[in-house]
Design a protein around this ligand. Sequence first.
Ligand SMILES: NC(=O)c1ccc[n+]([C@@H]2O[C@H](COP(=O)([O-])OP(=O)(O)OC[C@H]3O[C@@H](n4cnc5c(N)ncnc54)[C@H](OP(=O)(O)O)[C@@H]3O)[C@@H](O)[C@H]2O)c1
Length: 327
Amino acid sequence: MTVRAVTISGEGPAGKLTTTAVNLPQPDSGEVLIDVVSSGVNRADLLQRTGLYPPPKGAPEWPGLEISGMVRRLGAGVSSRRVGDRVVALLEGGGYADQVVVRETQTLPVPDGVGLVEAAALPEAACTAWTNLVDTGRLRRGETLLVQGGSGGVGSLAVQLGAALGARVVATAGGPERAARCRELGAGVVVDHRSEDVVAAVRQATDGRGADIVLDVLGGGGLQDNVRLLAPGGRLVVIGLQQGRTGELDLARLMAKRATVTGTTLRSRTAQEKAEIVAAVGRHVWPMVADGRLRPVVHARVPLDEAQTAHDLLESGEVFGKVLLVP
Ligand SMILES: NC(=O)c1ccc[n+]([C@@H]2O[C@H](COP(=O)([O-])OP(=O)(O)OC[C@H]3O[C@@H](n4cnc5c(N)ncnc54)[C@H](OP(=O)(O)O)[C@@H]3O)[C@@H](O)[C@H]2O)c1
């Protein structure tokens, strides 16, 4: 079947987004076909557009890691969804389109209290924040969580989730307005990384102890400071490489603190792992959305045909939260 999608034309850094017709397979066993109402834009899509983050084998070539929409058709054996259900989905790609096909285990009902369009801001950020704070980071009530980039698509969700899980949340953001918005989301302390010394400010805010968990989007360039900022027994969880993939690690400092450095990606995980994360988000995070402790943070809605504008917007560094594409 033919659907409208935003595909990448041009090679490497010259990659541009254009709307074209593409072929989409019918839903296979265990899969659903969804009419897309809204599609979340992620930094990974920008990397994919410039050739730096190719889609995994078997995934559609066109970008898009999350959508919201209505179930149009069911593959054989689908038991958890019905035609007409309002759902969100976590994808390996292909979300920048009128329709997507995805395993039912990577879908969830739109949580109560959230509109169908804005719900597309949730799957990638909620799954990433949940699995990294809880599964990997083992965040416990009363601990201190530092979110590097609390103003981002993932960060704005992680700040809220950390607070809802009973952590004391410290966040970084670029500029006073973005810092104020992180405070509104539940960060007790926000450090403006453009004007403040982050290490000194976080140490001061934690009486010199540091953070039990650092959720990091900086990568190599932030490694030394992030390790400095860990409390004894602290866990640094790297999810982004905005400042490069390599950095120097002071092992003596790590040993003295009995600290851990780890990293994860969501897209490369097996279908089984994704199903488990999505199910856990449905069980634990969706009730927090329904009772208002957590909400999608949407910066702008852009027509699907203007996806390039959405990428330019995200690249400008002015986005707080998420940009959505609306077919
Ligand atoms: N591993 C995974 O599974 C996974 C999943 C989703 C996303 N990611 C990655 O996570 C990262 C964030 O994704 P996103 O969608 O949230 O991107 P985003 O919305 O573009 O956010 C980027 C964030 O980085 C912050 N930042 C930039 N420079 C900084 C600095 N020097 N110090 C502190 N913060 C800084 C920005 O803060 P200001 O703009 O306020 O300066 C902003 O909050 C990306 O690298 C993405 O690829 C990984």
